[in-house]
Structures are given as C-alpha cells and as structure tokens.
Write a protein that binds this ligand. Structure first.
Ligand code: 9J3
Ligand code: ZN
Length: 264
C-alpha cells in the first residue's frame, strides 16, 4: 500500500483501533520551554519513537481561555500513537484571544518544522491545527491565514467571528450539546454553516457534553479526530469508512453533518 499512498502510516484501521486509548506507535515526548521560543508559549511535543516508517504529519493544539497545555494534554499521546507529531502548546498569556491563538499555532508549527529537535521526523507540507474553545477559534484563524494547512479541528470552539468562507482546509467542527459558554447555536453551527460548500467539512455535535468535555479523554472526539487527521493530513483513504456514510446519532453523537464522499 505504501506505493499507492506514501503517507499512510500504521496498520489498516478498525473501529476498535480508532477507539483505543493508544494506537500502534510507541511515543516519546520532549518539552519546549517558553524561554526558548518566540511567538507562542512553549509546549510539549509528542511523537512516534520509531522513524522506521519515515516522516509524519504534524498537528499543533491550543488550549482555551485561562487554560494551559495541561487542559489538552490527553490529545498528545492519543494522536501521536496513531502516527502524528503532536505539539500541545501554551499561549503567550492565558487571556490571549482567538486571533492571537491562531498566530501562535502557526508560530508553533514553524518552530516544530524548522527548529525543533524532531524537525527531521516531520513532513512540513502536511500540517494541521486543533484547539479548545478560544484555541478552537484560533484553529479557524490559523486555517484562514494559512490555506496550505491540511486539517483543522476546533473543539467546542469560541470566536466572535462566526463566518469562515475563506477556509480552504478540510475542517471538522466539534460542538457540545450542553455547551453554555460557546453554545453550538452561536458558535460551532454557524462556523460549520459558513464554510464553503465545496470544502470537505463535517459537524460533530457531542451528546451529553459540555464546554469542557474536550479537556479530558473522550473516545468520540478521539475517533473522529484521528479519522479526520488521517484522511486529510495523510491522504489515508483507509479512514474514509469512519467518516462516510455520515455517522448516525447515538449515545454520544447528538448530530453529525458533512459532505460525502470526501473529495480532496
Ligand atoms: O476559551 C474559552 O473557554 C472561551 C470561552 C470564554 O470564556 O469566553 C469568554 C470571554
Ligand atoms: Zn469571518
């Protein structure tokens, strides 16, 4: 299969492999001091330990308002063990707004691919962004300003800008049905609805969930994030089966919208 898709990493996926607490890759981590970087607040890089399968795509993840990298740390090993380099960042200040968080996600990706100790393990042309709340709003800002990004995933995203027709990045918008801080009706739903009709996009509304559901391990967030990152950062069509046909409402999914089949 490597000849068909040079970017696919790891074994053929199954429902249980995308739901598992860890993927097939053993991971390592290295911390990046805020004193050693500029443009963001440092963070932690989680990466597959082995280089035997070549380079990996990479994702930077921003926390939300008043929060630090600890609030999104679970995504580091969860995603890295599936075959990504994952950089969970701290922001310059915990009160930075979404636009600033977007610039900081891009600064973090630049540091990761050009200066970090793991730069040689990364394919700098295959990058994505994620974030929680104002960090999710920041992931939309980052994708708007850098259209070469391959995937964006705002998690219970918060932004005063409700319209994102400028995006060219496949985007999975994740909202929570019980969110009273970034209610889906005024945040995630208009974000999703404003994305171009031609874009690969999806809206996942978590059931029985709050604004802070993305701050602890969550299998529904993980399985669709892994599938989205694999499908669009790695061009790994083995994961299309988990995205199309559209997932149906369930105990953990209040609603799922999207375009199928995915085209990019
Ligand atoms: O990052 C967030 O949790 C944003 C939600 C928020 O507290 O906005 C109020 C200004
Ligand atoms: Zn806008």
């Amino acid at each position: 299969r490597a000849a068909e898709n040079p970017y696919e990493r790891g074994p053929a996926p199954t429902q249980s492999s995308i739901e598992a607490s860890r993927g097939s890759f053993a991971t390592s981590e290295t911390s990046v001091s805020r004193l050693s970087v500029s443009g963001f607040g440092g963070g932690t890089i989680y990466y597959p330990t082995s280089t035997a399968q070549g380079t990996f795509g990479a994702v930077a993840v921003s926390p939300g308002f008043t929060a630090t990298q600890s609030s999104i740390a679970w995504l580091g090993p969860r995603l890295a063990s599936q075959g990504f380099v994952v950089f969970t960042i701290d922001t310059n200040t915990t009160s930075d707004q979404p636009a600033g968080r977007g610039r900081q996600l891009l600064a973090a990706l630049d540091y990761l691919t050009k200066q970090s100790a793991v730069r040689g393990r990364i394919d700098a042309s295959r990058l994505g962004v994620m974030g929680h709340s104002m960090g999710g709003g920041g992931s939309l800002e980052a994708a708007k300003s850098r259209t070469s990004l391959k995937a964006a995933i705002p998690l219970t995203g918060w932004n005063t800008d409700k319209t994102w027709p400028e995006l060219r990045t496949p985007t999975l918008v994740v909202g929570a049905d019980g969110d009273t801080i970034a209610p889906v009706a005024s945040h995630s739903e208009p974000f999703y609805g404003s994305l171009p009709g031609s874009l690969d996009k999806a809206y996942l509304e978590l059931r029985g969930a709050s604004h802070f559901t993305p701050n602890t391990s969550n299998t529904t967030i993980a399985k669709y994030s892994i599938s989205w990152l694999k499908r669009f950062i790695d061009d790994d069509t083995r994961y299309e089966q988990f995205l199309c046909p559209l997932p149906q409402p369930s105990l953990t999914i209040a609603e799922y919208r999207g375009n199928c089949p995915h085209t990019s």
